[in-house]
Design a protein around this ligand. Sequence first.
Ligand SMILES: [Zn+2]
Length: 161
Amino acid sequence: MIGIGYDVHCFAKGRKLVLGGVEIPHELGLDGHSDADVLCHALADALLGAMGEPDIGHFFPPGDPACAGISSLRILEKCRDLLREKELRIINVDGTVIAEAPKILPHREAMQKRIGKALGIKPGQVGIKATTNERMGFLGRGEGIAAMAVAQVEDDSDIPF
Ligand SMILES: [Zn+2]
């Protein structure tokens, strides 16, 4: 089964920038209730979609005090737990970050490791890519960062015949 995810957060002053579970030095962070890790959120929605579950807001409602400031790696760990309950196994996940700045490539390997650890998969099963919006629209003006993702999972249960 395959799932798709998309997320966007706007930049805000006085916030840390966390992408793929990695804190990236930048003059602006992303606004949000959790750590606003737009890449992890898109990946989580892709995984939830692949297992036929509702979106991330169903499990981590915006405004829930329990979610305030949490690392979005916890959200990926929740996805991993749900997958295990359903006896599903991740084949791979793949995400694209869309931002004019900062550069993502220098942090790619660290993101693969953190996301892989949270999901219980190898770094090589985590695709991370980045592109700009060619200076067009709200992303092009540097108002925020978007991310899209896909995930593929398969049945991991023993078929009884
Ligand atoms: Zn989000």
